[in-house]
Design a protein around this ligand. Structure first.
Ligand SMILES: *Cc1c(COP(=O)(O)O)cnc(C)c1O
Length: 497
């Protein structure tokens, strides 16, 4: 990336967005390993071009690199196993299925030696269909139904992550009624919240998830909800208390927040051991590892995060004089996010002229030039054949993405562009700001990388758009792992009465 070039940089672009030196180049951290331009400049996965994929499957389309998924899954497992080998013999890695789940993915997860996190009966149904052993599956959620708890027990899940005192009683009662023992982790809120480069530590928790660790909760004796839950769990013969869990946020780059949460939870385990002689053998540190959505995102290698976390677990356990619990983690986005790009076809183009933003000029009415006239700048809207129905993250979270001209290369000048969808909503933005070649035209294909996590999973039928399918590319051939919806699918549940 160059420093913004005065000739081409648009005053409308956000400060972080540089004009690329080469609009055709792929910024590697954002893409799956098998993605390259072929000899004709067409984007290809394992040699299979986007033109061929469009021909066979249409657009919009999620294109996933299967080998890349497997490699990322393995690299998390290997990096954490290595870092924690001398502490607790390795780490159990639970792939967070909510980021993207289908039976093929569960099979890959299983084959690569990972486990699976679920958060609903529907996700458990996918797990069951894929044939993963229940002992390797966890169930999360702040409001599990009795049916979901029963299903978890039917499948003999390795852990039910209990979110509240209320739920603990329900799980105990259901398990007791079945004459069984439920394997339970308690989800605690350690007062550490992390996002990207910062984390904040607070004493109190004001959110729907988890049992508060703050010492002055509702209990008369001044016990925290977390401590009450430990005491309650051990009083039930139908509960096997495995340990505690936390999840501090998502899209986190720095290990500090994870390390602080680990330390807090270890101190809690030591206190419970001291006070009640309860030894809990497991500690889950959640997910949230960040990925590159744009060229300015700089994710750390899994090994670096693993080592930082291991150092804190090692020193805290030594200080407290406790045996280290078995550690587990729950990455979702960091495994699947970068394996996938969304392929769109370009349709309508228009360019508007916009005043320079106030922050740059100190003047909301635009920049007067020397003749006193306002100077405006072009912003091109590039409409594609999907949008917020296949990627809700820009609307939901103000998430930034990037895009590239995929069906060919171009030598044209960069033009600040906004990639938008086809929905009846002005907020329907896929990529808020990106430089694309000036000659992008209807019929070109665009690829938006980093759409493996929380895109298909959050997709909708808004405006009766059919949700796109997902193709997995392996060894140069593509297969649908989830087919796209048809018009018939869209009408199927409409009872017509
Ligand atoms: C969402 C979630 C994860 C996965 O988060 P990523 O940011 O995708 O890694 C892990 N654990 C829990 C409890 C979650 O809710």
């Amino acid at each position: 990336m160059s420093v913004q070039d005065a000739d081409t940089a648009s005053p409308l672009a956000p400060g972080w967005l540089a004009v690329p030196d080469d609009l055709n180049a792929l910024h590697e951290p954002m893409w799956a390993q098998g993605v390259q331009r072929d000899i004709d400049g067409v984007l290809a996965v394992n040699g299979l071009t986007v033109s061929a994929l469009k021909e066979q499957f249409g657009t919009p389309l999620f294109v996933m690199d299967e080998a890349d998924f497997r490699a990322r899954a393995r690299s998390f497992k290997d990096a954490f196993d290595a870092a924690f080998a001398d502490i607790c013999g390795g780490v159990d890695v639970y792939y967070a299925g909510k980021s993207f789940l289908c039976t093929a993915v569960v099979k890959w997860v299983k084959e690569e030696g990972l486990r699976l996190d679920t958060a609903s009966g529907g996700e458990l149904a996918v797990a069951a269909r894929a044939g993963i052993d229940g002992s390797r599956v966890a169930l999360h959620g702040n409001n599990k139904s009795d049916a979901e708890i029963n299903r978890a027990l039917d499948m003999e899940l390795g852990r039910i992550v209990v979110d509240s005192l209320d739920e603990l009683e329900r799980v105990a009662k259901i398990a007791s009624g079945r004459g069984e023992k439920a394997k339970v982790m308690l989800r605690l809120t350690p007062g550490v919240h992390a996002h990207t480069h910062e984390f904040i530590a607070t004493a109190h928790e004001d959110q729907k998830f988890g049992l508060s660790m703050a010492g002055d909760s509702t209990d008369q004796a001044g016990l925290s909800a977390a401590e009450e839950a430990v005491a309650a769990a051990t009083s039930h013969s139908s509960i096997e208390l495995l340990g505690v869990h936390c999840h501090i946020g998502s899209q986190i780059f720095e290990p500090d927040g994870f390390a602080l949460a680990a330390e807090k939870l270890l101190r809690f385990l030591a206190a419970m051991q001291e006070k009640y002689s309860i030894v809990m053998p497991e500690l889950d540190l959640g997910g949230g590892y960040g990925i590159a959505y744009t060229p300015v995102d700089t994710p750390r290698p899994a090994a670096e995060i693993a080592q930082a976390m291991a150092a804190v677990v090692r020193s805290t356990c030594a200080e407290l004089g406790i045996t280290a619990p078995r550690i587990s983690i729950e990455p979702g986005r960091a495994i699947v996010g970068s394996t996938t790009f969304t392929l769109y076809e370009v349709g309508t183009l228009k360019t508007v002229r916009v005043d320079a933003p106030a922050a740059e000029t100190g003047d909301t009415a635009g920049t007067p030039d020397q003749g006193g006239k306002n100077v405006t700048h072009p912003r091109r809207y590039v409409s594609v054949d999907g949008g917020m129905s296949d990627n809700a993250r820009p609307v939901l979270y103000d998430a930034d993405y990037s895009a590239i001209l995929a069906s060919r290369t171009s030598a044209a000048a960069p033009q600040l562009s906004r990639v938008v969808g086809k929905h009846c909503e002005s907020g329907d933005i896929v990529v808020r700001d990106v430089y694309l070649p000036e000659d992008v035209a209807a019929g070109d294909l665009l690829a938006v990388p980093g759409t493996g996590a929380y895109c298909w999973a959050l997709s909708s039928n808004y405006n009766y758009l059919a949700r796109p399918g997902i193709v997995a590319v392996r060894d140069g051939s593509a297969r649908l792992i989830v087919r796209g919806e048809t018009e018939e699918d869209l009408l199927n549940r409409d009872m017509g009465v």
